[in-house]
Design a protein around this ligand. Structure first.
Ligand code: 2P0
Length: 354
């Protein structure tokens, strides 16, 4: 359009991810630098993703944000940091649809309106902030014409929004290197393997509760860093070894090792929550029944068939070694945990890795 009336828009989508070697605890709160590296699997965007539309116009008077249709404040330091870092990297941009040209120096004075939606429960332990911030950074990169000057640069910016978000910029199996630098430049995500690398693996998510959790991850991990001796032992003595073992298990598609490490790491993470003062409980009775079901199954089978992991919430993410086991798992889940009459069955089954 003429003069000040133009609007340019980009829409992006980013999936959620689930850690199999968990991140819990920061060494730098401002830059969101973790006390240990972590490894995750990126989930299927068709079922678990954020979709974000970002518009820019000189007619906008301020930066504004809508999450799932409701306006929320952009005063939060995390949004500000992401936006500042992205604006600083903006380039000259020609919008093909409108024919509008925006010069690099003009971006500083152009405000954005951001609308983001999740297709899964927000803040119920399914890493909604991970998908949200990864999507925000990815979509802003499209709008501002940002190109990475080093590999992982966008993941480092997503990390400023939420630690786990840095892993959602890549598909498949992803490692977040804790890094050494004080400025966080090397605390970035790298892809370990494409999602096609381990085709047999099937991910099943049991939504135990879609309620908002009581203790946010950010607050919970602060308390754990402050009060849990187990967390520091874990970060220094346990995780470095597990990261190496997990990398090898992913490389060789070794399900037995993958399952052993995944379950052990989930359990140790929840043990550090219990070791926190006051203790944090993310698992509930249903979560514990799910753990029991999988543990009994694996013991009777003689080798792992299914792995489970739980984030900062009661929902279970389970990995079946192949399609056949996945079908059996679903049958067992539906038998042991029959769906409520008013719940659509399809909402119980939220996808596989591909
Ligand atoms: C993870 N979680 O590795 C771990 C496992 C939850 C349990 O990353 O403060 O929302 O924004 O960096 O990333 C959740 O923490 O916390 C998380 P911030 P985030 O996925």
């Amino acid at each position: 359009k003429e003069g000040n009336e133009w609007v340019v828009t980009r829409t992006g989508r980013a999936p959620s991810n689930i850690a199999v070697i968990k991140y819990w605890g920061k060494r730098d709160e401002k830059l969101i630098l973790p006390i240990n590296s972590s490894i995750s699997v990126t989930l299927d965007p068709a079922h678990l993703s954020a979709t974000t539309t970002v518009s820019a116009s000189p007619a906008f008077e301020s930066d504004r944000l809508w999450l799932n249709g409701k306006e929320v404040s952009m005063e939060g330091v995390r949004y500000k940091n992401c936006l500042r870092e992205m604006r600083a990297r903006a380039t000259d941009m020609v919008d093909e649809r409108t024919g509008v040209t925006i010069r690099k120096q003009d971006w500083a004075n152009v405000h954005v309106h951001i609308a983001s939606e999740n297709n899964f429960p927000t803040a119920a332990g399914l890493a909604s902030s991970a998908a949200g911030f990864a999507c925000l950074v990815f979509t802003l990169a499209q709008l501002f014409g940002v190109k990475e000057t080093y590999e992982g640069e966008l993941s480092a910016i997503a990390r400023l929004g939420s630690g786990s978000a840095c892993r959602s910029l890549y598909g498949g199996f992803v490692k977040w290197n804790m890094g050494q630098d004080v400025d966080g430049k090397d605390s970035i995500a790298t892809q370990l393997a494409e999602h096609t690398h381990w085709d047999d693996l099937v991910i099943i998510i049991a939504v135990v509760s879609s309620q908002q959790k009581e203790t946010s991850s950010t607050a919970g991990m602060q308390e754990s860093v402050r009060t849990s001796p187990l967390l520091h032992f874990r970060a220094q003595e346990v995780v470095p070894q597990r990261i190496k073992q997990m990398e090898e298990a992913v490389k060789t598609c070794d399900f037995e090792e993958f399952a052993k490490l995944t379950c052990a790491d989930s359990n140790q993470f929840h043990a550090t929550c219990l070791d926190t003062s006051p203790p944090i409980f993310y698992l509930n009775d249903t979560s514990r029944r799910l753990i029991g079901l999988v543990e009994r199954w694996n013991r009777f089978a003689g080798k792992p068939q299914v792995a489970y992991t739980f984030d900062a919430g009661p929902n279970a993410v389970m990995f079946a070694r192949d399609q056949e086991v996945a079908v059996l798992l679903l049958q067992r889940l539906l038998f042991q945990f029959p769906p409520l009459p008013d719940v659509e069955l399809s909402s119980y089954v939220v996808g596989d890795q591909s």
